[in-house]
Design a protein around this ligand. Structure first.
Ligand SMILES: [Zn+2]
Ligand SMILES: [Zn+2]
Length: 927
């Protein structure tokens, strides 16, 4: 070998050092979780952290950068998961080395340094290196002769080793629009023996030849010089950038002279650690390469994921982490590793990577604990899951099918924790497939059903186990009752007690720092937990002890039976486990919610009164700023119905009914006619809310039936309906067949609405120089005046056109003895054109006129032919069609008068000029 053997760590460091020497700033790898980029699940390239710089929305204190970026390709377009383990090159996690210029150096330096580093520092053979440059197969974008020219200048570079390729290989674009530019790739010739297609007589080895493994792409230099603004438009960028990328594992295989990424010292220590755990000899290790590779790769990926805060979970990124850990655990089972073992492999990862990626050292305990806990969870269910899967496979085969349904695969995940990817692995081992699309839609459906709609939800439906364990512990210590957290959102808007648990990222912790997201468990709470359409309360938890701290509560959730937790963020100080705390509901917001909830009951009752008993509740939202009520009704409500509804609810408010809230057996409530929601689960004893009196004869509104509302409801309500203040309907719409939706505001929200309407009305009144009451009448008069003015304007325009037309009438040329006028009348509408055509016929008893005008780029034509010429074979309809044809239009009409329209006015002059020729031809033909 011509070069000194280097470790992976040395290669990484030499790359960084080389560019630091060229005045680059070393920028540490960004997290695997892309900051602020919702389009991307994981960082999958070095440029992710610099995207904003290229888009021009961010500037950095440096213009040259070098880095080694952690990347994960396990979902989306770049997904290598299925191939991991099967060959020497595929990995989910990898490192990308890159150097960057932000509007600083360009092609010359990038190429010179790449060549220098590869050949002088690392000693690669110059004769083995090839460079590809861009040549557009469509011929739209300039060929990159600039880059090719710099390649030719490199000392010892063989100029015949420059190859040109098209867009797929050598043109880079960030997205459909935005930064883009040509790239130049460096390939290395590994020698003919490396080609796996050696035996194929049709194969000729070469760079970018499909299937040829003799040539490997080593380094991609991207030159960002355009901004794509449309499918065929590229604009030059004011400043040009360089973005390069080289896979660390690939360069390591070459510099270490091995034929597999898994034989480089970047992955072999994990392979060795697994061998130690299994006590295999080398031959057994060779026989089991697939499990070895999968475990090595996945353990490394999971270590870095958990190090970046992505712990195993049920949705989004957390799901990916769970899937990777479980997949590694299952492959462990294949080589006899049944006890939790991944933490041991992860320790090797931390030992080998900790120096350059300190976050995995810092989070060592979290990483190891999470791996072991996840393996234990999986072990509990995996056997039952696999047994169930086997019976499903047997059934699939028996029915002559080869694809397992996505629903079944999702059921295995939901019930036994078998991630889709594992089900698919097992299926493929038995020559079966699994319906991935079906799985995804079943999973989405589940997420919607469980209300965790957001795939990136930080918490998802996580935490059941941790809270079960926490509750059991707190109960055994007598810190919390057998029922769990005492819950009274009706009486207690403020409670105090010790902090019983702090949970951060799914982990119980003893303290949290300012800015951190945390879940807080107290012995009791008065914060309402979202249910029955009413949203959760927000508020504050503050220290009741000597050391102040505060947590802003943004949400509430009930992760497990008896566990009610406050979800929030530390806004000050460091809350600690055991601290005395006071939890205060945001009372103002809560009162808004209560007004809206009680108003919802009133609206429901009034809907029955106005529309009938069929108008049943089909869904509702009770928020602080508005209420929304969906109900069954076949058609839009009339304005009159809406007015009656609104008036009815406001009358109920002014009657100031007291709310009667009584707990009673479910059966009794139902038999008394309480309104229950279809599909809602109710306990034996239910809470009932009654407003008004059944069958009461006294009524303040004469013909209106008195209010009677009787509902099963766990929500929070005002004491008396008068507390609602006022109720205003803001919209009525359809939300599906036979389903209507009403949105409304009450109390403060209604007041704000009234205020803003008043302001608008006053402003309008001021502009109209009127009182608000005069606004409608004044506006009507103004509109009338405006249309009268418009009429006058049109008639003036006509007179003007006519005036000018009189001049053209004086000098009409004759064609074969016939007066022929073909003219454009700017600004004339169709009626004016007709009018002018009449004028022409009055002036010339024997003649032909074609008059045109253009509005919004579209021409309009009128053709008029006098009676005597009709008898001689001239037809206005035929003429106007002939003229309109080149304008992309058509038309027709009577022999004496016809009209046409067109789409393209650019040929109008030409079309009008063809009129005399047409007439001459016709008259001659008729003789
Ligand atoms: Zn080949
Ligand atoms: Zn209710």
């Amino acid at each position: 070998m011509p070069f000194r053997k280097r470790t992976g760590a040395e290669i990484r460091q030499e790359f960084i050092d080389y560019f630091v020497e060229q005045r680059h700033t070393f920028v540490p790898s960004s997290s695997l979780v892309p900051g602020g980029d919702q389009t991307l699940l994981f960082t999958n390239a070095g440029m992710v952290q610099f995207k904003d710089v290229f888009l021009g929305t961010d500037v950095r204190p440096y213009r040259r950068a070098v880095n080694s970026q952690k990347c994960l390709r396990v979902s989306g377009k770049h997904n290598d998961l299925e191939d991991v383990g099967l060959d020497d090159t595929h990995q989910t996690f990898f490192e990308m080395l890159g150097n960057w210029s932000f509007g600083d150096y360009y092609k010359k330096e990038a190429i010179t340094w790449a060549w220098d580093l590869l050949t002088q520092v690392w000693g690669l053979g110059k004769e083995d290196l090839w460079a590809t440059c861009f040549e557009d197969e469509k011929g739209e974008i300039e060929r990159d002769d600039e880059a090719a020219g710099y390649w030719r200048e490199q000392p010892g570079f063989d100029p015949t080793h420059i190859l040109f390729f098209g867009r797929k290989e050598n043109f880079w674009e960030m997205a459909e629009t935005g930064p883009s530019g040509p790239n130049s790739e460096i390939h290395i010739d590994m020698g003919p023996s490396h080609c796996e297609m050696e035996d194929d007589p049709a194969h000729t080895c070469g760079v970018n030849v499909p299937g040829c493994t003799r040539f490997l792409e080593l380094w991609n230099l991207v030159f960002i010089q355009y901004n794509r603004t449309g499918p065929r438009t590229l604009e030059p960028l004011p400043s040009k950038h360089v973005d390069t990328g080289m896979g660390l594992e690939r360069i390591a295989t070459i510099l270490q002279g091995v034929d597999s990424n898994y034989k480089t010292d970047l992955l072999s220590p994990m392979m060795d650690a697994i061998q130690q755990l299994t006590s295999h000899d080398d031959a057994q290790r060779e026989e089991n390469l697939t499990p070895y590779r999968v475990i090595s790769d996945h353990a490394r990926a999971a270590t870095f994921l958990i190090g970046d805060g992505v712990v195993p979970g049920n949705t989004g990124r957390n799901y990916v982490c769970r899937m990777i850990v479980r997949r590694a655990a299952r492959f462990g089972g294949k080589i006899g590793l049944h006890e939790p073992f991944l933490a041991r492999v992860a320790e090797t990862v931390i030992d080998h990577y900790g120096a350059i990626y300190p976050e995995i050292v810092r989070n060592r305990a979290t990483i190891l604990e999470n791996l072991t806990r996840e393996e234990k969870r999986f072990a509990r269910t995996v056997e039952a899951g696999v047994a169930k899967l086997e019976s499903l496979f047997a059934r699939t085969r028996a029915s002559g099918q080869s694809v397992l349904s996505g629903e079944a695969a999702f059921d295995l995940y939901a019930t036994y924790g078998l991630p889709f990817e594992i089900t698919r692995d097992i299926a493929r081992e038995q020559d079966l497939e699994v319906d991935e699309t079906g799985f995804k839609s079943a999973m989405d459906g589940h997420r919607l059903a469980s209300g965790a709609g957001d795939a990136f939800g930080a918490l998802g439906d996580e935490g059941v186990e941790i809270y079960r364990e926490l509750l059991a512990e707190l109960q055994s210590q007598g810190l919390i009752g057998p029922e769990g957290v005492a819950y009274d959102p009706y009486q207690k808007l403020e409670v105090s007690g010790p902090v019983l648990a702090l949970v951060r990222d799914g982990q119980a912790v003893s303290t949290v720092e300012p800015g951190e997201r945390v879940e807080v468990l107290l012995p009791e709470t008065g914060f309402y937990v979202a249910s029955g359409g009413q949203v959760s309360d927000t508020g504050m938890i503050v220290s009741a002890g000597a050391v102040p701290w505060a947590i802003e509560v943004e949400d509430m959730r009930r992760p497990a039976a008896g566990a009610i937790v406050h979800v929030g963020r530390v806004s000050a100080g460091q809350p600690r486990l055991g601290d005395q705390a006071i939890a205060r509901v945001d009372v103002q917001r809560r009162r808004d919610i209560m007004r809206n909830h009680t108003a919802t009951h009133l609206l429901h009752a009034e809907l029955h009164a106005v529309l009938g008993e069929h108008a049943r509740q089909a869904g509702s939202l009770v928020a602080p700023d508005r209420l929304r009520f969906d109900f069954t009704h076949p058609e839009p409500l009339t304005d009159e119905q809406l007015a009656r509804l609104e008036a009815g609810v406001n009358r109920d408010i002014l009657e100031n009914y007291r709310l009667d809230i009584i707990f009673k057996p479910l059966e009794q409530a139902i038999s008394e006619g309480a309104m229950a929601l279809f599909g809602e689960k109710y306990a034996e004893t239910v809470r009932t809310i009654t407003i008004g009196n059944r069958g009461s004869t006294e009524s303040s509104a004469g013909d209106q039936a008195p209010l009677f509302s009787y509902e099963l409801c766990g929500g929070t309500h005002v004491n008396e309906t008068g507390d609602i203040g006022i109720f205003l309907i803001t919209s009525e719409s359809s939300v599906g067949a036979g389903l209507r939706r009403i949105e409304a505001v009450t109390g403060r929200g209604a007041y704000q609405l009234i205020q803003s309407r008043f302001r608008a009305l006053n402003e309008a009144a001021f502009m109209l120089d009127a009182t608000p009451d005069q606004v409608p009448e004044k506006t009507r008069l103004l509109i009338e005046e405006l249309s009268e003015n418009r009429r006058q304007l049109i008639s003036l325009q006509r007179e003007q056109v006519a005036g000018e037309f009189v001049h053209s009438l004086e000098n009409v040329p004759t064609v074969a003895g016939v007066a022929v006028l073909a003219a454009t009348l700017p600004g004339a509408d169709v009626d004016t054109l007709r009018l002018m055509a009449d004028r022409f016929r009055q002036r010339y008893p024997s003649g032909v006129a074609v008059l045109a005008s253009v509005a919004d780029g579209r021409p309009t034509l009128i053709a008029a032919v006098t009676e005597d010429l009709v008898k001689r074979g001239l037809h206005a309809g035929e003429l106007v069609k002939f003229v309109a044809q080149p304008l992309g239009g058509g038309g027709g009409g009577r022999p004496t008068l016809a009209q046409a329209g067109g789409r393209d006015s650019s040929k109008l002059a030409e079309a009008l000029a063809s009129v005399p020729g047409w007439i001459e031809e016709r008259i001659q033909a008729e003789g």
